[in-house]
Design a protein around this ligand. Sequence first.
Ligand code: BV8
Length: 252
Amino acid sequence: MGSSRNSQRKLRLDPDLVSALRDARHVCVLTGAGISAESGVPTFRDAQQGLWAKYDPHQLATPEAFEENPELLWRWYRWRRELVAEANPNPGHLALTQLAELVPRLTLVTQNVDGLHQRAGSHDVIEFHGNLFDDRCHAEGCVVVHNQQAAVPVCPNCGANLRPGVVWFGETIPENVRNQSFAAAADCSVFLSVGTSSLVYPAAGLADIARENCAIVAEINPNPTLHAETYDFAIVGNAGVVLPKLVESLAT
Ligand code: BV8
């Protein structure tokens, strides 16, 4: 948020956005890595630190990389699990649990795999790209609960390698998740895009679906994205500051 003076600059929310939320019958929220940044979880683009700095996550988070070097992928995901396990939900996550109490219907779709929305108390979270802490059989796709410590755990049913329960680049979004998310974006009256660079599809297309269905679309991001100019509102700020302010304005 820039210098201390800037950070003390009063955040002014557009009253039209607050009234649109007040009148909304259905709010759809899409979150990205930015909402977890204030929990200390590096965003997807900044995530690569130390040993991982030399790897491009777009190359690593793929079935090809897993099939070529499952040991490396498991080291990467175990490192990310440790990072997330040390993190806690922040005021941005908590504000979304409060927003759900203030509007008739809220659908929360997250691109994040960190589970922080659920730990904040959000229910029925749609995990568009899966969950970091699930293990799935790479052959059958089923979630497998196990206590294997092997470098590459294997499926007790078929012997194939287990992999983290996330959606990799080049893999399709599970149909039920995709349909639920698309339907919510098409049905909502207000769509909030929070903490995402809006570069990864089809998640980034949800805001377009909302706009095409005459929803009010607002972005919350300290770095406005290329889409910001096409949205009704672009609030330049951190989710952990803006979302609590939105909830406070709604609740008064
Ligand atoms: C698919 C899980 C069918 C894994 C992830 C159409 C056009 C172009 C390309 C495609 C297309 N359709 C499909 C593709 C290919 C590809 C894609 O989109 N590629 C991109 C790179 C161009 N998509 C797919 O492969 C998808 N599958 O469509 O299947 C298909 C397949 C092949 C070809 C055609 C069709 C599956 C994609 C799923 C990938 N899996 N995650 C894992 O985590 O290991 S994606 C991963 O990266 C995240 O989940 C997230 O979605 C994405 C990162 O995005 P963000 O969350 O936005 O994070 P980022 O770091 O980018 O930005 C953070 C933002 O926060 C910034 O803007 C920053 O300013 C802001 N911020 C920072 N601090 C704060 C903040 N905001 C608020 N408050 C703060 N404090």
